[in-house]
Design a protein around this ligand. Structure first.
Ligand SMILES: Nc1ncnc2c1ncn2[C@@H]1O[C@H](COP(=O)(O)OP(=O)(O)OP(=O)(O)O)[C@@H](O)[C@H]1O
Length: 226
C-alpha cells in the first residue's frame, strides 16, 4: 500500500430510501478521506445516517450513489465477489452488539475470520491468543460468549475485528451497549489496540466524550459532513 494513499475516500456519496411512498434522502453528497492510521469519530443525531454511511464504507449494501474507494480501489465499480474480497482484505467491523458465534469460544471466534481469509490454523490461533491477551482476556480464551460479561464480549468482538490486521476498522457504537464505566475502559483499550496495530478507524457514536479522544471528528448534518 502506498503510504500516502487514503484507506478510504468517499466522493459525493448519496443514499435515499423509499418509505411508504415517500423518499428520504439520508446521505446527500458525503465527502471524506481517511489516511492510514487515522482514527475518525463520526457524530450525528439519531437518524442522521451514521449506520447507513458505515454500511456503505463496509461494502455491505448496494444502492449508493457516488464513489467509494478502499485503499485506492474503486469499490463502486466491482461486482459482489470483488467487494467481498476487498472487505476481507482491508476492513474489520465492530457493532454495538457483539454478534459473536454463540457456540464457539473466544479464541475460536477470533480464529474464524482468519481461516476464512486463508490463514493456517496454528498461526491464526497464535494471533488470536496475542490479541485477546492484549485486551486482558488471557484467562477467558475458552469461554463462550454466554459465559462472558458484556465488556468481555465486546473485547472479543474487537479482537475479531482486528484479527486480520485490517487497514480500516468500522465501528458502530462499539461500546453503546455497556455501562459508562465499562464503556470508557473498553473504548480506551480499543483505541490503544487500533493505534498499536496502525489501523485507521471510523467510529460512529453519539458520545462527544469518546469522540474527543479520537484524532478527528466529523459530523453528519442534513445528509452531509460538516
Ligand atoms: N432500509 C431502510 N429503509 C428505509 N429507511 C431506512 C432504511 N435504513 C435506514 N433508513 C432511514 O435512514 C435514516 C438514517 O438511519 P441510520 O440508521 O443510518 O441513522 P443513524 O445516524 O445511524 O441513527 P442512530 O444513531 O439512531 O443509530 C433513518 O431515518 C432511517 O429510518
Amino acid at each position: 500500500m502506498n503510504s500516502a494513499q487514503p484507506v478510504v475516500r468517499l466522493t459525493n456519496l448519496t443514499r435515499s430510501f423509499e418509505q411508504g411512498g415517500e423518499r428520504i434522502d439520508v446521505l446527500r453528497g458525503v465527502n471524506l478521506s481517511i489516511g492510514p492510521g487515522e482514527i475518525v469519530a463520526l457524530l450525528g443525531p439519531s437518524g442522521s445516517g451514521k449506520s447507513t454511511m458505515l454500511q456503505a464504507v463496509g461494502l455491505l449494501e448496494g444502492g449508493f450513489g457516488g464513489k467509494i474507494e478502499i485503499v485506492g480501489t474503486d469499490a463502486s465499480a466491482l461486482a459482489t465477489d470483488g467487494r467481498t474480497k476487498l472487505r476481507r482484505e482491508h476492513l474489520g467491523f465492530v457493532y454495538q452488539f457483539h454478534h459473536l458465534l454463540p457456540d464457539f469460544n473466544a479464541i475460536e471466534n477470533v480464529v474464524m475470520p482468519q481461516l476464512v481469509a486463508g490463514k493456517e490454523r496454528g498461526a491464526a490461533e497464535e494471533r488470536a491468543r496475542e490479541i485477546l491477551s492484549a485486551l486482558g482476556l488471557a484467562h477467558r480464551l475458552t469461554h463462550r460468549p454466554s459465559q462472558l460479561s458484556g465488556g468481555e464480549q465486546q473485547r472479543v468482538a474487537v479482537a475479531r475485528a482486528l484479527a486480520n490486521r485490517p487497514h480500516l476498522v468500522l465501528a458502530d457504537e462499539p461500546t453503546g451497549n455497556l455501562d459508562e464505566h465499562t464503556a470508557d475502559k473498553v473504548f480506551a483499550e480499543f483505541l490503544e489496540l487500533v493505534r498499536g496495530e496502525g489501523s485507521a478507524a471510523l467510529v460512529a457514536t453519539h458520545n462527544e466524550r469518546l469522540a474527543a479522544r479520537m484524532d478527528r471528528v466529523v459530523r453528519l448534518h442534513e445528509g452531509v459532513l460538516e
